[in-house]
Design a protein around this ligand. Structure first.
Ligand SMILES: *[C@@H]1O[C@H](CO)[C@@H](O)[C@H](O)[C@H]1NC(C)=O
Ligand SMILES: *[C@@H]1O[C@H](CO)[C@@H](O)[C@H](O)[C@H]1NC(C)=O
Length: 468
């Protein structure tokens, strides 16, 4: 079984990646075209303003009334099977609680004010109005300020970073620097426009967000990301290694050919396995059959979102209850694997009910579920993998952290093949996929530590150059 699965994974990969036009797309023309490609409606592009407009969220009475009406008039749900928690998906026993909370206890006025607590803006990049938060630290003029682009994923939003922002922008003198954060809604998410034509995957989003940073005057900057934020940042550090000063990710991942072959090699025998991964962490990667079956059991949502996002989006855009269940099933599972066995999905243990609904509101209010999940279809496809970009290494200094319940584990032996300057690669024995949301203080500390390491790396590099 083990060997069989290895062969299966390998051959699927070889077909998908090696069989395509490796690197043909990543020509200089590809880069140039990429940066100017328009994703919004055509016709108005010559006249699009490059100004940066302040933005505040304003939920209309009409939207809230309609939402409450839909919640109130929902149909009765099918009860779960006897003895079942979340194994079949969201446990419907909990839905009345959540729907009642959303319609009758969630204070829209208060939560709208919470979402508006930081300066927010919109600016048009490549035809799309991109929403972002920008918070500057309060520091004396002579303090060095590091610009940090922070990228959320699915099914999250800029709100994942809301409790991180005040901590990370607080100046701590012993670090020798302060941090300014730029937190955009990915295109199609939250308050950012979605594309009107196909092709806006992680490679293309990387150029949009790099152009956003240029618009804000940052020619060089640091980047942090998890989930799709990390997949997008991976492309940024590959496409623009001279502009990205450093990279921190809590979703360390590479699907480069050599990395995958390394993974498969580890399954041949214990000898090879020890070469690939620290024995204490080996059960996060092997046996491959267990990992593969885990994927089959829990990643169905990914396949449907990567292939038929629009059909799924019809129901999610029409029913607050369906949207809530679909999103929170994933949040539950991705936070802790053991949540599947909990009747309430373990949601109350990690997140406040307000923060759960806040995040759902960013999909409901502007009807963004469909445009958001199209990121799967636009990124997990032959076009993207066919560029061979996953196999292109980058020298951008990189620090990674792996939470205990993160979706997959990749050891330094694999990550180094992509991130040739892997400065640190931590593995924690706590926390889950939504690290920043769940544990903002720990998360912030690790990001700051990474920035310290990266700055030390640059300082040493410069010293060496001087001596030469
Ligand atoms: C450009 O925008 C301005 C102001 O919105 C408008 O008056 C003008 O007609 C537009 N021009 C074109 C070519 O669309
Ligand atoms: C909602 O919050 C606002 C602002 O804090 C407050 O004035 C209002 O009374 C609250 N509404 C309810 C129903 O509690």
């Amino acid at each position: 079984m083990n060997t069989f699965v290895s062969i299966l994974v390998l051959s699927a990969y070889v077909t998908l990646v090696l069989g395509s036009n490796v690197r043909e797309l990543l020509t200089p023309e590809f880069y140039d075209g990429l940066s100017e490609k328009l994703w919004g409606p055509l016709g108005e592009e010559k006249n699009v303003s490059t100004c940066i407009k302040p933005f505040t969220v304003k939920w209309s009475e009409e939207m809230i009334k309609d939402l409450r009406f839909r919640i109130k008039n929902r149909r009765a749900v099918t009860p779960p099977l006897e003895g079942i928690a979340f194994q079949y998906g969201f446990n419907t026993d909990n839905l009345d609680y959540w729907m009642d909370y959303w319609a009758n206890h969630y204070n829209f006025t208060e939560r709208e004010a919470y979402i508006n607590k930081y300066p927010q803006f919109k600016t048009n990049i490549q035809g799309l109005n991109i929403h972002f938060i920008r918070v500057k630290p309060q520091v004396p003029k002579d303090v060095e300020v590091l610009p940090l682009l922070m990228l959320h994923g699915w099914p999250g939003s800029v709100l994942e970073f809301y409790e991180v922002i005040p901590i990370i922008t607080e100046y701590c003198e012993q670090n020798g620097f302060a941090v300014e954060v730029i937190v955009p809604s990915l295109p199609g998410f939250g308050f950012s426009d979605g594309a009107v034509r196909p092709g806006l995957g992680t490679i293309e989003i990387a150029t949009v967000l790099r152009n956003l940073m240029h618009r804000l005057g940052f020619k060089k900057f640091y980047v942090q990301g998890g989930d799709f934020g990390a997949l997008t940042a991976n492309q940024m550090v590959t496409l623009y290694p001279d502009e990205i000063l450093g990279y921190h990710t809590n979703y360390p991942r590479t699907l480069g050919t050599k990395a995958l072959i390394t993974w498969a090699t580890g399954s041949i025998s214990p000898f090879f396995q020890n070469m690939v991964v620290d024995p204490a962490l080996a059960d996060k990667m092997y046996p491959l059959s267990k990992i593969f079956l885990g994927i089959m059991e829990d990643l169905g949502y990914m396949h449907i979102q990567a292939t038929k996002p629009d059909t799924l989006g019809i129901g999610m855009s029409d029913s607050p209850m369906a949207l809530f269940s679909w999103v929170m099933q994933t949040v539950s599972w991705a936070s802790r694997r053991s949540n599947k066995l909990k009747h309430d999905g373990g949601l109350h243990e990690l997140y406040s009910p307000e923060s759960i609904i806040d995040n759902i509101m960013l999909y409901w209010a502007d009807n963004k579920f469909t445009t958001a999940i199209r990121i799967y279809a636009e990124s997990y496809n032959k076009r993207t993998f066919g560029t061979g970009i996953e196999s292109i290494p980058t020298e951008v200094p990189t620090c990674t952290v792996h939470a205990k319940d993160e979706l997959s584990y990749m050891p330094p032996s694999m990550l180094q093949l992509k991130f040739t300057n892997l400065l640190s690669s931590l593995s924690l024995d706590d926390y889950g996929h939504f690290f920043a949301w769940e544990a903002p203080e720990v998360f912030t500390k690790l990001v700051i530590n990474a920035l310290v390491e990266i700055r030390a790396y640059h300082a040493n590099k410069n010293v060496c150059h001087d001596e030469l």
